[in-house]
Ligand binder design. Structure first.
Ligand code: 5GP
Length: 201
């Protein structure tokens, strides 16, 4: 059985990362990596499902134990990808999705050069703005801050292997694009050396 792909999906607020990733997980071929964070849970978030919510001391202890594949600070909080869980998923043959920001994505690529980095973006800035306001879950100040932050995230564009534009609200097309990228990536010669090895058997 071949190892799963390590897939990073990043994108600005309103790009629909959560919707796309749930659709990928629903296929049964992808597993979502649950990060650890020191930020407080938002209403509706479940410990162990959305994040492992831990305090700073515990986060530091895990850093010291080399427990993270990568970690970063974002808006004064720590976020990290648990290493052991990530390797177990990849060994099982399933594809692992890391929904992480740009610095983390760059670190992943440095450590695992065969990771696939995907930037998910809304079709236009004004549609992104509409989507964020449509959610009506955040104050005007937070929406503005998130839109500003997304400009910074778009600055990372060139570090990614693929860009997927999330056109429809249901995100079906974007999820399909990522499934197709995964299928092609798995056919890369560098991932299929055993084909040549066993050809004359
Ligand atoms: P939020 O607080 O909105 O859930 O996440 C803030 C940002 O941190 C998002 O861009 C999210 O993708 C990113 N993030 C979540 N988990 C991790 C992680 O384990 N590592 C890194 N580098 N970024 C993460």
């Amino acid at each position: 059985m071949s190892r799963g792909l390590l897939i990073v999906v990043s994108g600005p607020a309103g790009s629909g990362k959560g919707t796309v990733n749930s659709q990928l997980v629903a296929t049964g071929d992808f597993v979502f990596s649950v990060s650890a964070t020191t930020r407080a849970p938002r209403p509706g978030e479940v410990n162990g499902v959305n994040y492992h919510f831990i305090d700073r001391e515990e986060f530091q202890r895990r850093i010291d134990d080399n427990g993270f594949l990568e970690y970063t600070t974002y808006c004064d909080n720590f976020y990290g990808t648990p290493l052991k869980e990530a390797l177990a998923v990849l060994d099982s043959g399933k594809n692992l999705i890391l929904e992480i920001e740009c610095d983390g994505a760059k670190n992943v690529k440095r450590i695992f050069p065969d990771a696939v980095l995907i930037m998910l973006i809304p079709p236009t800035f004004s549609i992104q703005e509409e989507r964020l306001r449509g959610r009506a879950t955040e104050t005007e100040e937070v929406i503005r801050a998130r839109l500003e932050k997304s400009k910074v995230e778009m600055g990372c564009f060139e570090h990614y292997d693929y860009v997927v534009i999330n056109q429809d609200e249901g995100a079906k097309k974007a999820a399909l694009d990522i499934i197709n990228i995964t299928k092609s990536e798995k056919k890369r010669t560098s991932r299929r050396l055993e084909v040549k090895e066993h050809f004359y058997e």
